[in-house]
Design a protein around this ligand. Structure first.
Ligand SMILES: *Cc1c(COP(=O)(O)O)cnc(C)c1O
Length: 453
């Protein structure tokens, strides 16, 4: 409560400062105004940020190192050697932390998603609706099951899959929807759950970017039938490569275990087909070493993200990711914004990114093309299994309905940064980010020079 109040007071102070700055024609924090701000660094001026580094990622401390050392010495390197090894221990702790009853770890987020699709009995001839604005692992999981990924367009302000477009794309073959919590912030789960109920669809949450984030009092990944996480190096809890499935249905989670264990159940019987997707003990050792401080970093990213968004509030040139009502926190895997070039004298996004980089702030454009624009669609439409499992008519309508214009727009306007390093910085670091953007905006008449050169 106390920190909350403090946060609010700082927020107000920051807003008051921003309003005062607008009144005098400048949004730059006082310390940054003056001769430093009148020429862009890319044209030879003084950069906003110089000789300062960001917190490094991935997180490594003594606990992580000792945990791996202990696993090495123990000789327990594979989960089936002991029920008290690092993998079963991490599964219990992670489930507890996320408020789920059961957890099965795998070797990657993609493996968790694929296992979930198979466990729900989805395969050849079935359709799963998901987002085109995501990691390729999302659709890889559906394709691995020989099902058809159907891509729904985005809400261009939240960068999230649009529930209404999702609803429009439901067919008789649709078995599940796979909402992706992009950038680690909640998608519109109220609507997705309503639509799923109405059409009797399963919901697999792709929470691969969304560790610990909350929507209406529930952690992401625990709202649908199954929730999948990734621990790949860039994610906010990381071990190089790794994944987890969360769920509350014991039978379904038991099936997940069997499938991920080459079809062999906990009872030792080989019961069905399945890949071998077990997490190894070294991966879980890294995760266990990291877990005690994960919540602290999560809270820091939320605090910094809220502070930065408050700085950008009301600024027309850049709009941060829209958050849905019900969002209580985000994982802030990425901090994403839309760039509006009409407020930057028409300068292209790449010119803007270069100018901001010269000020000492690295922003990136993230996903270049939505998955609806990648060649896999032609590939699968030429495959016998798809030609045999779907009618000619369905494949033609599928081909004709791949357009996702809002996703195209998001791909063009996105400017973002990876939060695991940057959002773990100080308030001053957040001011640097905002000031670099504001400085480029104030000197936008200089941007044409860069564009031409
Ligand atoms: C990282 C990621 C995946 C895939 O996870 P891996 O561990 O890399 O296989 C899937 N979906 C989203 C949204 C991701 O960010």
């Amino acid at each position: 409560m106390e920190t909350d109040l403090l946060g609010r007071r700082k927020f107000l102070a920051a807003s008051a400062g921003a309003i005062a700055a607008v009144a005098t024609g400048s949004r730059l924090a006082r310390a940054q105004t003056g001769k430093n701000s009148s020429e862009l660094a890319i044209l030879g001026g003084q950069p906003i940020r110089k000789n300062k580094s960001w917190p490094s990622w991935p997180h490594v401390d003594e606990d992580v190192v000792n945990s791996v050392l202990n696993t090495t010495k123990s000789g327990i390197w594979c989960r089936i050697q002991s029920s008290h090894g690092t993998v079963p221990t991490f599964e219990k702790k992670f489930a507890e932390m996320e408020g789920a009853t059961f957890c099965v770890c795998t070797g990657a987020g993609t493996q968790s998603l694929h296992t979930s699709v198979e466990a729900l009995g989805i395969g050849a001839g079935d359709e799963v609706i998901t987002s085109p604005y995501t990691d390729p692992g999302t659709i890889a999981s559906i394709l691995a099951a020989k099902a058809l990924p159907v891509l729904a367009d985005l809400d261009p302000e939240s960068f999230q899959m649009d529930p209404e477009d999702t609803r429009r794309r439901i067919t008789q073959s649709t078995k599940a929807i796979m909402p992706v919590h992009i950038m680690g912030q909640p998608c519109n789960m109220d609507r997705f759950m309503e639509i799923a109920k109405e059409h009797r669809l399963k919901v697999i949450e792709d929470a691969c970017q969304a560790h610990l984030a909350e929507f209406r009092g529930k952690k992401l990944g625990t709202i649908g039938d199954l929730g999948c996480f990734s621990f790949q190096t860039s994610k906010t809890i990381a071990c190089g490569e790794g994944g987890a499935i969360l769920g509350n249905d014991e039978q379904l989670m038991d099936r997940c275990y069997t499938i991920h264990n080459h079809g062999t159940s906990r009872r030792g019987r080989t019961e069905m087909p399945g890949p071998k997707y077990r997490m190894n003990e070294f991966e879980a050792a890294v995760l266990l070493g990291q877990l005690p401080t994960a919540q602290e970093r999560f809270e820091l990213r939320n605090k910094n993200a809220n502070y930065l968004s408050a700085q950008l509030k009301g600024f027309e040139g850049i709009t941060p990711q829209k958050l849905y009502e019900g969002t209580e926190s985000g994982a802030w895997y990425l901090y994403g914004m839309s760039y509006h070039k009409e407020h930057f004298n028409g300068a292209s996004r790449s010119t803007f990114l270069k100018a901001v980089a010269a000020e000492g702030i690295g922003l990136s454009s993230y996903i270049r093309n939505g998955l609806h624009r990648e060649p896999w669609i032609d590939y699968i439409l030429g495959q016998r299994i798809y030609q045999e499992m779907f009618s000619q008519e369905r494949l033609e309508s599928y081909r004709a309905e791949t357009a996702c214009p809002n996703c195209d727009r998001v791909c063009q306007e996105m400017v973002m940064f990876w939060s695991s390093g940057m959002l773990l910085g100080t308030e001053q670091d957040m001011d640097d980010i905002a000031n670099a953007i504001f400085k480029v905006h104030e000197n936008r008449d200089q941007l044409q020079q860069i564009e031409k050169s």
